[in-house]
Write a protein that binds this ligand. Structure first.
Ligand SMILES: [Zn+2]
Length: 227
């Protein structure tokens, strides 16, 4: 059984992208609905039962709804690594568009990883410019090399009200695919370098609090258990 949590589509377009979450495993399922063929394709985490439930609800959603829910620690989906994106399809572009919309709608949000939004793909969006006019999308990013060391405080949209110092490389070379499907290398330092390392961690199912000492992590986690 699937719960339709977000639907992103254009009325009149020939494809519909839906972002669903399975009620059983809570994994996201990204499904494309071809209006003309009347069928779904894409990958879903469970069997064909979703089709019937989904079609009924398809047109009852606001097409402007494009803001994803940001998962909160200790949601176990935050510990699951994202899958490699093989190709930049229109569906991927739509996901990225909505990731930026989610980023810009959130307060004090510098970057988001798809895995924080219940989308198990290796995509991150970054924009910490004052005017929010310098969007950077990295697909399948990886740290190729790093040097130097910093030890500064970090926070995370998925770990509310926690700021702790974490060791990071001071400078990194990150290789990633851009929205045109081209592989690029980014040489960064300062906040951008920190940000990229934090986001790449997310895509590997790692939170910044996972870098803390066992004792500190225990104290942080106690806070979340108490709610
Ligand atoms: Zn984060």
């Amino acid at each position: 059984m699937l719960l339709t949590e977000r639907l992103l589509f254009d009325r009149g377009a020939d494809v519909v992208l839906a972002c669903l979450h399975c009620l059983e495993c809570r994994n996201a399922a990204h499904v494309v609905f071809d209006i003309f063929a009347g069928s779904f394709h894409g990958d879903a985490c469970v069997g064909p039962c979703y089709i019937v439930q989904f079609t009924d609800q398809l047109f009852n959603y606001d097409s402007k709804m494009a803001i994803y829910e940001i998962l909160q620690h200790p949601d176990e989906r935050l510990s699951q690594p994202g899958r490699v994106v093989e190709e930049v399809t229109p569906e991927i572009k739509r996901i990225v568009e909505n990731m930026f919309e989610t980023l810009y709608a959130a307060t004090n949000c510098a970057a988001l990883a798809a895995t924080q939004l219940g989308i198990p793909l290796r995509i991150t969006v970054i924009d910490f410019s004052e005017k929010k006019d310098q969007p950077l999308c990295l697909i399948n990013p990886e740290v190729i090399s790093g040097e130097g060391e910093t030890f500064t405080a970090e926070g995370c949209m998925s770990v509310a009200n926690v700021h702790e110092k974490v060791k990071r490389y001071e400078r990194v070379v990150v290789r990633a695919m851009d929205l045109d499907g081209e592989i690029k290398e980014y040489v960064e330092d300062g906040f951008m370098a920190k940000c990229m390392q934090h986001e790449i961690d997310h895509l590997n199912g790692v939170l910044f609090i996972d870098h803390l000492s066992a004792l500190k992590r225990k104290i942080v986690n106690l806070r979340f258990r108490r709610g």
